[in-house]
Design a protein around this ligand. Sequence first.
Ligand code: MTE
Ligand code: MO
Length: 350
Amino acid sequence: MSDTIWAKSPDALHRRGQTSLETPLESLDGYLTPADRFFVCNVTETQRIDPATYRLEIHGDAVAEPVTLTLEHLAAMPRHTVRSYLECAGNQRKLFGALQGQYVERTEGGEDVPWVLGGVGMAEWSGPRLRDVLALAGPCETMRWVAPLGLDIDNPECPIEIPMPVEKALHEDTILALTMNGAPLPADHGFPVRAIVPGWIGTYSVKWVGRITASAQEIRNYRTDEYYVIDGVTVTRQNVKSSLALPFPATMGPGPKRIHGYARSPDRPMRSVEWSANGGQSWQSADIISPNEPYGWVRFAFAWTATPGEHSLMTRATDEAGETQPVTCPFNPGTLLFNAIIAHPVTVAA
Ligand SMILES: Nc1nc2c(c(=O)[nH]1)N[C@H]1C(S)=C(S)[C@@H](COP(=O)(O)O)O[C@H]1N2
Ligand SMILES: [Mo]
């Protein structure tokens, strides 16, 4: 089965759990993540959808007339392009244990993918706005919740149907993407159609969308009520994070280095990225060496002279509104949204 889980070769990525792949961030050298290096978070297997027979159904008690659309129809609609990073809510989950000594194993429900740093990627997505697609079915005034459903319905927990409030669904930057980095979506990333919900945790960006339900009622399920929950509240928006693009832990030879990393704010440009090699007693500015856009991540770099021994390199991102990273991340049993300042272990050989 393992060679059918993904369409792309898993060789350049880390296998995480049975069905997911993590990007080694140190293998990236630019702003956009190439599709063949982009992480994959699959609850089951990559779906292989025939574009000729593909259909998208829009239905529910809050549309006047259900419609069924072909890929041709969607492809003929006006397109909107967003450059947005996509990150699994559980990315960096392993750091609750590695840095804070906090462990949990879920005994039931979905397997928690053991992400370290690379359950995140950045791409340019393009396709019709979700609101334009909903408009084809005659949305009613009563519409409050919109839930895209993935075609991987045969899965152990419950279908991937992720409801969002109408405000987010109708937002101008919420799209049904048909392309990724200018090419048709790869199968692993949702071909032929996926939702892109910028600024929100990756799960909202449903892949292989086959049906969209629009309702006056709040749509709830296992994922909204049990899985993606912190302190009784369903998780939606991401938080501010930064990490080095190095293996965790890292080893290197001595000498002058240029250290790289990625920092992100869910919906604002970054104000600063700082680094510290002395446990956070003093901080210096890193250079932002990429575009700095509302939904994008930034690539940053700084010069550091590696001397033999054990080191810890820290980075701290702050966005334009002053939202920044905490020294420790409050624990939650779902081990979601770890965004503490990371003390990245670096061993420098003699
Ligand atoms: N249909 C479907 N959509 C899905 C998933 C899935 O398993 N099935 N995984 C979700 C999760 S948890 C994440 S983090 C993102 C990952 O997107 P990627 O695999 O393109 O990187 O897709 C989301 N959309
Ligand atoms: Mo995820």
